[in-house]
Design a protein around this ligand. Sequence first.
Ligand code: CP3
Length: 375
Amino acid sequence: MSKTIKSPRPAARTARHPSLITSHQSPITNHQLPVPSPRQRFLDAAHCKPTARPPVWLMRQAGRALPEYRALKQKYTFLQLVQTPELASEVTLQPMRRFDFDAAIIFSDILVVAEGLGQGYQFRDEGGIEMDFLLKSAADVDRLNVAALPERLNYVGQALRLTKAAVGDKALLGFAGSPWTLANFMLEGGGVKEYTKAKALFYSDRPLFFKLIEKLSLAIANFLHLQIDAGADAVQIFDSLGGVLSDADFEAASARWMKQIITSLQNRVPVIVFSKGTHGNWNSLVDTGAQILGVDWTINLAETRARLPEHVGVQGNLDPFLLATTPEVVAQETRRILHEMKGRPGHIFNLGHGVPPNAKLENIESLVNTVKDFK
Ligand code: CP3
């Protein structure tokens, strides 16, 4: 005979854990609920369902802050690491062995899409990116080959498949740059102090701008489908340069193309839009259809939670600089953010941008432990 279960949780919660509805169980209390897998915790938060504590991962969690990454860089170039599935998978897993993150993000780069379209790039020995040539004319845009991309970027799919098998019960994330952010790099030829060329094209030759951004949007959508086919549980779109646009033009130059991509993904997996410096544009961001909005560290989360519709999740937003301070400071600021978001379903803990190269490992540890212990 089954006993009636008086769950303190809403019915929806019990229904998602059917194993709870068994015989031989006395009325359960919160702390007796089975702990969901990290992947399930991530997906629950991504769908704005309640979780006992937020899932946690960090943008750029793989990379220069880790000695084992720097050791691999002695043997291989950045592009070899990105383009060799076994190596990309290894770099993806490095931070997962050290830290108890709920999600891994595949080690790759937003510029692989430029390469997949025929515009290659190099990573300079002294640091920084250099494209093999610049997009300068309509003919350069015409030459970008959208049809060739899935074959050329097959290595990303393979890296995801290898990683999926190794990552166990953690979530696995794929990603791409936003069309606007990618266009900036492809027109400038790499990272620059001030991004002007994409803006110049947007204001002075709108038809050519549209031609480029439409191609990029299609390529990025295909690329994200490829990553989902290969096992990505969710994908993030990095709109890291959204903030160089005025509020008035953000929708036309960036948001509507992200919306086009998200529409094409047809809710196959949750989509996170991380847009930096653009939060005067809540309406355009919500209108992209992203399930989760990643917010940078300048944004007040209590205000964010009040503004966003309940079905939209929030990811963020510890100041990455803090990873260079002390474990105590990191714990204190992490707790502040957790308290601001407490009781708001749909919070994924992250930084407000990527892990900086000077991050101390004990500080990352402190961040993760503080989130894990939060009640
Ligand atoms: O988050 C992760 O751990 C996954 C890996 C990842 C990288 N790049 C690896 C990388 C991700 C998600 C990116 C995204 C990316 N790449 C963005 C958007 C996010 C952001 O940080 O704003 C952008 C703008 C790029 C383009 C890019 N890649 C630049 C401008 C540079 C050179 C400057 C720099 O940060 O080093 C890169 C190189 C790069 N991509 C490194 C890593 C780990 C550094 C490589 C090294 O020093 O060994």
